[in-house]
Design a protein around this ligand. Structure first.
Ligand code: NAD
Ligand code: UDP
Length: 312
């Protein structure tokens, strides 16, 4: 198949590209590098099955020839990234999604929207099933991301219902692994960077807020399985249901880097930071037979090995 991956030079987009190429597909990566990195796709240069187009998907675009699949991953994804690029985040998850859906309709391609657990906001239901509508502050410091992703979901369903576009929707929960941007402030890469540099690990608030961490290979396998499932168009949560506090994440990372001289320090909690987050993955298990298989210790150890040389 010919697959388009928007956000193809990002953390998840580049791993998804590797998986699709390994399955024998042709991949067209699109990225404007607003938060992505050329290094993430450097290993693909010279690969005849891979084409890269530097482009902002906020502008309408076309691609020559047939397209079978469009994975729409383009968007700043870290709280630092989307607050720095507030308007670009709103646009890529509205006009950008719109443009990709128009392309899907023209090409009769199947379209997958990478949405997020942030659609649930600071959740009042725990763990979060797909049937929960969320608790989002529409004007808060995460609104440019949360509300735009919610718009993208609505847009995806509208193109499905009114125009018959073959669509898929995923809500991704916190994912970690190699190729994360060490400067984008997301918790796992930040703690690993700090521990490798013998700097204090910056826990926000009292560190009692929780997250559930999914290793990148599990997540990417899940994204591909959602795309290839026949006919289920409603959102599917993808993430690892193993939940822990941020303070425990800091402690686990320090245990895995025993030579680190880092201590833990506490900083002010940013506004609207969700207090808990854990996916209910019953739907993914039932419809796809998918669940994560990489344990947190194994995943964190792999990630630390990857960054040990890169960051020292
Ligand atoms: P990332 O920042 O590494 O990758 C996103 C990529 O999109 C970057 O390469 C960026 O340059 C590109 N991009 C942004 N706006 C663009 C535009 N207008 N035109 C073209 N390219 C553009 O982030 P990621 O972690 O790989 O996230 C990928 C997708 O998954 C995002 O849509 C994000 O919202 C979603 N997601 C990720 C997580 C996670 O834990 N990683 C969780 C929930 C949702
Ligand atoms: N966090 C932290 N210290 C950091 C970065 C993040 O304590 O240096 C916390 C943050 O407040 C949040 C959690 O870790 O509660 C996850 O943050 P991240 O930015 O990775 O993503 P989020 O899940 O909030 O979108």
């Amino acid at each position: 198949m010919r697959c388009v991956v928007t956000g193809g030079a990002g953390f998840l987009g580049s791993h998804l590209t590797d998986l699709l190429l390994s399955q024998g597909h042709e991949v067209i990566g699109i990225d404007n590098f607003i938060t992505g990195n050329r290094e993430n796709i450097a290993h693909l240069s010279g690969n005849k099955a891979y084409t890269f187009i530097e482009k902002d998907v906020i502008e309408p675009f076309d691609i020559d020839g047939p397209i079978d699949r469009i994975y729409h991953l383009a968007s700043p994804a870290s709280p630092i990234g989307y607050v720095k690029h507030q308007i670009a985040t709103l646009k890529v998850n509205s006009q950008g999604t719109w443009n990709c859906l128009e392309l899907a309709e023209r090409k009769k391609a199947r379209f997958l929207m990478a949405s997020t657990s942030e659609c649930y906001g600071d959740p009042a239901v725990h763990p979060q099933p797909e049937t929960y509508w969320g608790n989002v502050n529409p004007i808060g410091m995460r609104s440019m991301y949360d509300e735009a992703k919610r718009f993208s979901e609505a847009c995806t369903m509208a193109y499905h219902r009114e125009r018959g576009v073959d669509t898929r929707l995923i809500r991704i929960f916190n994912t970690y692994g190699p190729r994360m941007d060490p400067h984008d402030g997301r918790v796992v890469i930040t703690f690993i960077k700090q521990a490798l540099h013998d700097e204090p690990l910056t826990v926000f608030g009292d560190g009692m807020q929780t997250r559930s961490l999914c290793y990148v290979s599990d997540l990417i396998r899940g994204i591909n399985m959602v795309m290839e499932n026949e006919g289920f168009v409603e959102p599917i949560n993808l993430g690892n249901p193993s939940e822990l506090t941020i303070l425990d994440i800091a402690k686990e990372i320090l245990e895995l880097i025993p030579q680190s001289k880092s201590m833990i320090t506490f900083r002010e909690m940013p506004p609207d930071d969700p207090k808990v987050r854990r996916p209910d993955i019953t739907r993914a298990r039932k419809i796809l037979g998918w669940e994560p298989v990489v344990s947190r210790r194994e995943g964190l150890a792999k990630m630390i090995e990857y960054y040990r040389d890169k960051l020292k």
